[in-house]
Write a protein that binds this ligand. Structure first.
Ligand SMILES: [Mg+2]
Length: 339
């Protein structure tokens, strides 16, 4: 039997990506790992494939964008086998492998990490909707404005480069979104707010590397929650700062930390906010967030290489932000580790 079942999304590997697809296969062969390849053929197919392969004793690798990676995660956990799980980031949005520590721009490196199979245990979030359906996630679960954006992005123009499709959806949503009063029940009390969105961070980023929950990390057993209380134009104005992790702290933004959280509408007559995790729509509020008991074992790099990538790209800007916070005597990032 082969060691790895590599589950890939052919749309992420289509067209211009064909060259990259061939490159990955060749690289994996050169690394002399034994693997079988499985192609996803329809929505949510990767969940079934991952579950079956995990039950057959394979190590599972999700190869694609966040959609594929999240499906593979859900299948592996559903199998109840504790199959090792790794990723090869390719496609639109690579925040999920990023949360585990894979850099988004280096296929060769991802193949090397898979072949080396260094492992580490990490937190897996669980989102439960009103129908008691559970969805496991590694990145961010959010409700409100940004989940509305996700819905539009998923339904939007996939021919646009990922980030542009996302930005087009943001602009469309900004003019139609109506804020409502939301209740957030967390470990230390209840917070009520008329907010644009509530983002529950297991991992720190979404939407193609936007740091909505910049202090979130997968090894602390905690959700870092960002509640955005900005006006729609203020939100648009500040949009870009998330890429360089410089949005937080902000006077119209509330941070909470909690192990469990329930988010619900205050007024039952209001149209409920939509919720998404890892880019998948999971229903409307109310939603409850918790963690998988214990942690799950992933194939991951020894160092957080996603953080190295971030530092190469945005390190100077972020360092300036840290100095400014220091001058203002803000302790927002104090004791936060990014290694
Ligand atoms: Mg955490």
């Amino acid at each position: 039997m082969k060691d790895y079942a590599i589950i890939y999304n052919p749309t992420a590997a289509a067209g211009k990506k064909k060259k990259q697809f061939d490159y990955v296969i060749k690289t994996l062969e050169n690394l002399k790992i034994s693997f079988k390849l499985l192609k996803t053929e329809y929505f949510a197919h990767a969940i079934t494939l991952a579950e079956e392969c995990a039950k057959d004793g394979y190590r599972i690798v999700g190869w694609g964008g966040d959609g594929t990676c999240n499906e593979v995660l859900n299948g592996a956990i559903k199998s109840k086998t504790n199959a090792l799980l790794g990723f090869i980031p390719m496609g639109t949005g690579m925040d999920i492998p990023g949360a585990v520590g894979y850099r988004p721009d280096n296929l060769k490196r991802a193949c090397e990490i898979i072949a080396k199979a260094h492992t580490g245990k990490l937190d897996v979030g669980i989102a439960t909707n009103a129908q008691n359906e559970k969805r496991y996630f590694l990145g961010i679960g959010s409700q409100g404005f940004d989940a509305e954006v996700t819905k539009r992005t998923n339904e939007g123009n996939k021919n646009l480069p990922g980030t542009w499709n996302y930005i087009a959806s943001v602009v469309k949503t900004v003019f139609g979104f109506k804020k409502h009063k939301i209740r957030i029940i967390h470990d230390n009390g209840i917070y009520q707010s008329t907010c644009n969105l509530v983002a529950v961070g297991n991992g720190p980023t979404y939407g193609g590397w936007m740091y909505m929950c910049p202090r979130a990390r997968l090894d602390d057993g905690l959700f870092h929650i960002s509640i955005i209380e900005m006006g729609r134009f203020e939100l648009l104005y500040n949009f870009n700062t998330m890429y360089s992790r410089t949005l937080h702290p902000h006077k119209h933004l509330t941070d909470l930390i909690s192990k469990k959280i329930r988010i619900e509408m205050v007024e039952l007559n209001d149209e409920p906010y939509i919720a998404q995790v890892d880019g998948e729509i999971i229903g409307n509020l109310p939603i409850e967030y918790s963690f998988l008991p214990g942690q799950y074992e992933f194939i991951k790099p020894e160092q957080n290489e996603a953080e190295q990538w971030f530092q190469e790209k945005h390190g100077t800007k972020f360092a300036k932000h840290l100095s400014k916070l220091q001058r203002e005597k803000s302790d927002y990032y104090t004791n936060s580790k990014f290694d």
